[in-house]
Design a protein around this ligand. Structure first.
Ligand code: KIV
Length: 272
């Protein structure tokens, strides 16, 4: 029997941590709206991330930088209403935990209060430690995020593989330990060598969830629209498409358009 079914119907940060210790892999996906989140939850995902990738896949921006705190809150409210089983984690957007510790905790409390989320995710290591500690001191669980941190794209000049060099890998390891010591309940590692993903997962006691970090991590996360094939223009090496829903949507919509034009819809059976 899994950790989850033995304990409670709804995941908590504790049941997610117990999964690592029981050797159970953690399945995490993003969602941004009630309808898809309900399907994702019913399909058995352990963690739903209301990712700031909404800026790309929902809003059509080039980066995650433009999405605001209020926009994240709007999306997270719908997801939270849908999730009866999964832990709901919300991304703190760019700039919402950088100005000051006071500002960070104020924004974090606003997200928790208005959305009913279970936890927040913040990108960065030693440089965001004051904000991490302040938010944790308010009793808010935090998931860390290291490796490729899309909110810092302008500093790195792109979305390439991170922690390739020994020095960068050592820095990432140090940051991972710092986040664990501060009290983060889990950590996301994005787009780093698989050997490093495995090493961090073995060294840390908290669950490490990878995206493009190999299969040695304690769990995996993907962007829902990418893995369903809805976001057709994006196909990095780490992404597996589990469906081609973009094609299905276009086919269904095309058939609807034809049916309307040919006056084949609605039929008599579809009339009152
Ligand atoms: O915003 C997001 O979707 C994320 C995942 C890629 C981990 O941070």
């Amino acid at each position: 029997m899994s950790v989850h079914s033995e304990t409670t119907a709804r995941h908590t940060t504790q049941t997610i941590q117990q999964m690592k210790h029981a050797g159970e892999k953690i399945a995490m996906l993003t969602s941004y709206d009630y309808t898809l989140a309900k399907l994702v939850d019913e399909a058995g995902v352990d963690i739903i991330l209301v990712g700031d990738s909404a800026s790309n896949v929902v809003c059509g921006n080039q980066t995650t930088l433009p999405i605001t705190l209020d926009e994240m809150i709007f999306l997270a409210k719908g997801v939270r209403r849908a999730a009866d089983h999964a832990l709901v984690v919300v991304d703190m957007p760019f700039g919402s935990y950088h100005a000051s510790e006071e500002d960070s905790v104020k924004n974090a409390v606003k997200v928790m209060r208005e959305t009913g989320a279970d936890a927040l995710k913040l990108e960065g290591g030693v440089e965001i430690m004051p904000a991490v500690k302040k938010i944790l001191s308010a009793g808010i669980p935090i998931m860390g995020h290291l490796g490729l941190t899309p909110q810092s794209v302008n500093q790195f000049g792109g979305y390439g593989l991170r922690a390739k060099s020994e020095a960068e890998a050592e820095r990432l390891l140090r940051d991972a330990h710092l986040l664990e010591e501060a009290g983060c309940f889990s950590l996301v590692l994005e787009k780093i060598p698989a050997a490093l993903g495995k090493r961090v997962s073995e060294e840390l006691h908290i669950p490490v969830i990878g995206i493009g970090a190999g299969n040695g991590t304690d769990g995996q996360v993907l962007v829902l629209h990418d893995m369903l094939g809805l976001n057709q223009g994006f196909k990095p090496k780490f992404l597996r498409r589990f469906a081609e829903m973009g094609e299905d949507v276009k086919k269904a919509v095309g058939e609807y358009v034809n049916a309307v034009r040919e006056v084949a819809f609605p039929s008599e059976k579809e009339e009152y």
